[in-house]
Design a binder for this molecule. Structure first.
Ligand code: OGA
Ligand code: NI
Length: 368
């Protein structure tokens, strides 16, 4: 356990034990202080820069599946088939009629906005520890040389409730704890119903995926993307796939930012007011033996407006092994495509590297 002194008080840092991120300046602070041009460390190499979106990509954006969750929860066959196809072909989909009240979504958004509006000194009271990824800061900074994302964030362990580290929570910000708590519980119900449907689709019992993931662990990453004078030079979040099992994203209703890789092209995910965005993450890709895809995605910034999002990542119990489910392996037609690996070993490998496209799952891919 680390003890560190910050703002005059000693803070205990138990750590997730998953990895760490080097401290860098708040991007919001750069913007508030004013800047002539985007600082070098944020400017992507020419080959990596976000290109402008073609009319074909905008067209393809309309094809991103939209699932009616209420039908899914009733066991509607057509909607279940749609879910299956969405996970196979896109790895991403939006859900409406998800049952999370609009008021809960709005309160969550307002709570996040209020947090990022706090003075920097106040936010720094919840700064990430040297050995961990929980708290306020910037994620995935693993070297002094790497390019940085135009984003500040606060990452909190939200579930199970008894495992929260409340010293990272801004408890004197009225309503913040209640808003995040309520939203995280609601969003978990949505994730569980999707898991139940995916279990059946993968030929295991309804609670199969839940059992394979062990004790539920939810991490909420709240992203703040300040406006950027040159959105074509930087990333809000660089291309990556999510390391968990399933991610549910609450995005801004007005500001577009999220893009997903589909058939080699970057496709924007246009916000649908009050819908949630769901994506298959690495652990389910591995368990499904590659049938369901954990897709590369990224976020771009906006020249005029800040954008806020909340990604709720479901994680597998650290001590459990992940690997292709027996029901998804059919030797010799569909041999296992991934090695079995203990989840904590997987996630440590993922977090020790700069987010770089889809090479995380390649680490455990069986070479053929
Ligand atoms: C993430 C992520 C996208 C967004 O936090 O992992 O992909 O639109 N966020 O904020
Ligand atoms: Ni992501």
């Amino acid at each position: 356990m680390d003890l560190k002194v910050e703002n005059g008080c000693i803070k205990e840092d138990n750590g997730l034990g998953w990895g760490k991120s080097l401290p860098v300046q708040s991007v919001q602070e750069i913007v508030t202080n004013g800047y002539q041009s985007v600082p070098e460390r944020y400017i992507q190499e020419i080959k990596d820069r976000p290109s402008s979106i073609s009319s074909e990509s905008l067209q393809a954006s309309l094809q991103i599946p939209i699932i009616d969750f209420s039908l899914l929860a009733k066991g509607d066959e057509h909607e279940t088939r749609k879910l299956d196809l969405a996970c196979k072909e896109w790895g991403f989909f939006q859900i409406r009629n998800h049952g999370v009240q609009v008021k809960i979504l709005q309160t969550m958004k307002a709570a996040m906005a209020a947090f990022f509006e706090l003075p920097l000194m106040e936010k720094k009271k919840y700064a990430m520890g040297a050995n961990d990824l929980e708290g306020y800061g910037q994620a995935y900074v693993v070297s002094e040389e790497q390019k940085l994302d135009w984003c500040d964030l606060v990452a909190l362990k939200t579930l199970p409730l008894e495992q929260r580290n409340l010293n990272f929570w801004p408890l004197n910000l009225p309503g913040f704890k209640e808003a995040v708590e309520e939203y995280s519980i609601e969003v978990q119900k949505v994730a569980e119903e999707i898991n139940a449907n995916l279990s059946i689709l993968m030929g295991i019992e309804r609670d199969g995926l839940k059992r394979y993931q062990g004790e539920l662990k939810q991490l909420m990453r709240m992203n703040y993307y300040p406006p950027c004078s040159s959105p074509d030079l930087v990333f809000g979040v660089s291309p990556h796939s999510d390391g968990g099992s399933l991610t549910v994203l609450l995005q801004d209703d007005d500001v577009i930012g999220l893009q997903i890789k589909h058939k080699g092209e970057w496709i924007p995910v246009k916000p649908i007011p009050n819908a949630l965005v769901v994506n298959i993450s690495d652990a389910i890709e591995i368990m499904s033996n590659g049938v369901y895809k954990s897709i590369e995605h990224r976020a771009i910034t906006n020249e005029k407006k800040a954008r806020i999002s909340a990604a709720a990542f479901a994680h597998v119990d650290d001590e459990l092994e992940i690997g292709p489910l027996d029901s998804m392996v059919d030797d010799p037609h569909r041999p296992p495509m991934y090695k079995k690996i203990k989840y904590i070993d997987y996630i440590r490998q993922v977090l020790a590297r700069k987010m770089d496209g889809k090479d995380h799952t390649d680490l455990v891919k069986i070479q053929t």
